[in-house]
Design a protein around this ligand. Sequence first.
Ligand code: LLP
Length: 443
Amino acid sequence: MKNPVRRKKKVPKKPLNITATNSSAHPLSVIRHLSYLRGMSQPLSPEQLLTIANEFGTPLYVYHAEKITEQYGKLQQAFQQSNTRFFYAGKALTNINILKHIRSLGCHMDCSSINEVSLAIRAGFEPGNILYTSNGIAFSEIEEAVALGVNVNIDSLSNLEKFGKKYGHDYPVGIRLRPNIMAGGNLKISTGHGNSKFGIPLEQLDNILALIKQHDLFICGLHVHTGSEIKDVSVFMQVADIFSELVPDFPDVSFLDLGGGFKVPYKEEETGTDISLLGEKVADFLAKLSKTHQRDFQAWFEPGKFIVSESGYFITQINVLKQSGNTIFAGVNSGFNHLIRPMFYEAYHRIQNISNPNGPLHHYTVVGNICETDTFASDRQLPLISEGDYLVFYNAGAYGFEMASNYNARFKPAQVLVINGKPHLVSRRDVFEDLLRNQVEVL
Ligand code: LLP
């Protein structure tokens, strides 16, 4: 029997949409927002943050819309030479106003659950501009995504087989691969290595090809997300090399999705991923690939942190100061229930005492009020702290509020979005009834 992956192209029922939405085509709405062409947006100042904290109370997440615009603008600029689409990884922060703002820039959205897909639709993203990169999910969610008409990446042979049986050639689909590359800021956020649960291991390529042949699947894209906080551009290019080797086996592939994971600077002296260099390399890669195969390819990326991390500030207030030997514990009115990154990933967040930014420096161990070990920062030099002072945690836009919980029956913080200098409440602080909202009192 003739190998179906080599046969002449049949058109699938779901139309493909790879050229019309090239994000380097600057939709008008982006031009309107192009503050980055006029210079960087100013970070929110300690004075602005203090005013906002006084108005809305703490603990409080504050986001700065112009910073998000600036970050997206940087991507546009860095990748202007290549046919690239950006899908914001919504898992970083899903407030509906943030999603609407990101959509207004012309960015698309990557989702990791069917509920994120519904949020994307609610925020006004077109189904063709939504990507559902699945991971270990029930096939029923893939069916829901297909019914909504969004792009789907499948990450297991099991779901690929079910997909083949149900949709055959009719619905173009991408395949999430595991490249067996170790990269990322921390083992917990490294997804591409040889022991990771994510994606179909590359060594199972023959099984993938057999399923494609058996079910006449229309594979429109290949996907790899290697991890989060990848500074080294060569990691992305290693993935590009893998794609180059695979393309001959996938004649219908038009998009090559290199995932998210651009590093953002959390520490004072750090720099992030050199996206300009990456943009140049991706342009070269696509040009060479197109020349070799005499057809167009599009690069897709799914940045989360890069788009929202630096736009976010988490403001807390000092409840208690406690001296213990040489250590001064500065206890804030929050904990890992609100910002889990330091405890979970040993992540570093820059902290400032915005009530006394010019005070003399002392060493503090900043801790939370949760009833277990809850350290935000050890032995950190900060301007003199008094009880009642406001401490701000920087780079809190990504995976901050989004990973918050009600542990210890504490309320989740409110969220504020600053647009053109004006703060807007975009989600309320919990109230007591929220703690009981889904509970069923049977006694
Ligand atoms: N695409 C896929 C398939 C992903 O799994 C992720 C993140 C991204 C894109 C976006 O990665 P980013 O550009 O944001 O690095 N909670 C952790 C990060 C977990 C990332 C999970 N996947 C943290 O706070 O560091």
